[in-house]
Design a protein around this ligand. Structure first.
Ligand SMILES: [Zn+2]
Length: 501
């Protein structure tokens, strides 16, 4: 078979987007989108209403201005908005259609878009539209940027052109273009890992490379393979306090600050924690996906009760793998675990609403504290639910199997077979792994509320751990994870297996 060249790709691509820096001082990017081979009487253009990784509506269309549609003679074509983010174009059989608009890119976080005099940072899911029913067609994105700019992106790039096989891949491929980007590349087995830093880079790059390699290897062992040849960490290091990460198929964007904290252990460990979490998503949600999100529907809410798997299991493994890979010692792990416990015990919502219901409702108020006592966090409660399942499996199999095996089954039996997973399938794989029933676990920990602590206390005890409450000087209750003083051999044995110690 003849190898596809870039020239052939451009020729074949029916969707050609050009992104330019139209007004950096006021943070506007310009978009010119040429749609080829459009012969229908009308077509519908949809801008995503949300982005994967944040399961709530973002309404990106509020950032669009100066929208117009022209034919290849430069004449205006009629259009009409039919929803808040869908445009109907009366194209009347035109072969080529040019859509133009400006997008307000003034939000600097791991999932948004930002432009100024120094950089063009774009999450295409925010600002590029698709033709309804033509999402599967190949795409070229041309960047009109200064010649000194480098480009950090998971998509193949050449001469300021990015190539995507379809809209899903484009939507999942954020990029940073800037003259000040730094790049470090290293190898983990067959995969090339790229660190890109926009802002102050890590002062001890060798340490970061060594720690990253260690946790990647443990994650890879769990699933049996690292399913990409290249993986990109796009680090945005900001001058102010910030912590945000977003996962993608072959990359992640991590925004952290303040940059003055680089010398501080806590800051470095936080970067490792968020990076390990985002890398785990490479399998858990970017490949292992709830059936109701396969494929994503960018035009509306994609409800799912499974946030305790895609965020909870990921939050659990993100930190635990740093312990299991010896990047962290147990006291570092305790510090992070204490924060989860604290958030759990500070939230009266745990008596009122299950983690499954809270997952469904992320579309309503998942990313704000919300009304007191209403709901729980899929991250925190999901993490504790994953811990409980992991230790139940370790106990039931005397340390021979654990959540790792159930997650690997999900990977092999769903992603590798091209399907999404369900709650029932996850439960089946847990039960298959431990040869025990998970009926009451799902009734009480996942679908119930108020009973999780009974399980938590018991499983922690199984590995020789417990938690205590201490009053601080302000009279607040602080909760702390502790190793119990007199533990038996069975507890010590499971503790060591659990933590890879
Ligand atoms: Zn996550």
């Amino acid at each position: 078979m003849m190898e596809t060249t870039y020239a052939m790709f451009i020729f074949a691509a029916n969707m050609h987007y050009k992104i330019f820096i139209s007004n950096p001082a006021e943070h506007f990017i310009g978009v010119e989108w040429l749609i080829k081979n459009e012969l229908k009487a009308t077509l519908e253009l949809q801008l995503p209403a949300w982005r994967p990784g944040r399961y709530e509506l973002a309404n990106y269309a509020k950032n669009i201005r100066l929208f117009s549609v022209k034919n290849n003679k430069g004449e205006n074509i009629l259009f009409k908005k039919i929803t808040k983010d869908r445009w109907k174009v009366f194209s009347e059989g035109q072969n080529e259609i040019l859509v133009q608009y400006e997008y307000y890119a003034n939000q600097y976080d791991a999932g948004a878009s930002f432009v100024d005099e120094q950089q063009l940072y774009v999450n295409p899911v925010n600002c590029l539209m698709y033709v309804v029913d033509r999402m599967g067609e190949s795409i070229v994105v041309e960047l009109d940027i200064p010649s000194s700019y480098k480009i950090a992106c998971q998509l193949p790039a050449k001469d300021k052109l990015l190539y995507a096989q379809n809209f899903d891949q484009l939507a999942d491929s954020p990029f940073v273009a800037s003259a000040s980007l730094t790049q470090n590349t290293f190898q983990v087995d067959e995969t090339r890992i790229h660190f890109w830093f926009q802002g102050v880079p890590c002062p001890d790059m060798n340490q970061l490379i060594s720690d990253t390699s260690s946790y990647i290897k443990v994650q890879k062992e769990i699933f049996g393979d690292l399913p990409c040849r290249e993986f990109h960490f796009l680090y945005l290091i900001l001058p102010f306090q910030f912590r945000h990460g977003v996962e993608h198929t072959d990359s992640t964007v991590i925004a952290m600050g303040p940059d003055t904290e680089w010398g501080n252990h806590a800051f470095y460990n936080d970067i490792l924690a968020i990076s390990s979490h985002e890398l785990f998503h490479l399998w858990n949600v970017k490949r292992i996906r709830p059936a109701e999100m396969l494929p994503y529907d960018f035009s509306k809410e994609n409800y799912s009760e499974l946030g305790y798997i895609y965020e909870g299991v990921t939050t659990y493994y993100g930190d635990l793998i740093l312990l299991r890979s010896r990047v962290w010692n147990f006291s570092q792990y305790q510090l992070s675990f204490n924060k989860v416990l604290q958030k759990h015990f500070d939230n009266p919502g745990r008596f009122n609403y299950s983690v499954a219901q809270s997952s469904f409702d992320t579309w309503l108020d998942g990313y704000v504290p919300g009304v007191k006592g209403r709901k729980v966090s899929i991250y925190m409660e999901g993490m504790l639910a994953a811990l409980i399942a992991d230790i139940m499996l370790l106990k039931a199999t005397n340390g021979n199997a654990r959540l790792d095996q159930a997650m690997k089954l999900l990977y092999e039996e769903t992603f590798k077979k091209g399907i999404g997973y369900t709650k029932e399938l996850y439960k089946t794989f847990l039960e298959q792994t431990g040869r025990i029933s998970f009926d009451t676990y799902f009734e009480e920990v996942i679908d119930g509320s108020g009973n999780i602590e009974k399980y938590l206390k018991r499983v922690l005890e199984d590995i020789g751990l417990t938690y205590i409450f201490e009053e601080n000087s302000e009279g607040e209750q602080n909760v702390k994870l502790l190793k119990m003083s007199n533990i038996n051999d069975a507890q010590q044995y499971l503790f060591e297996i659990w933590g890879g110690l």
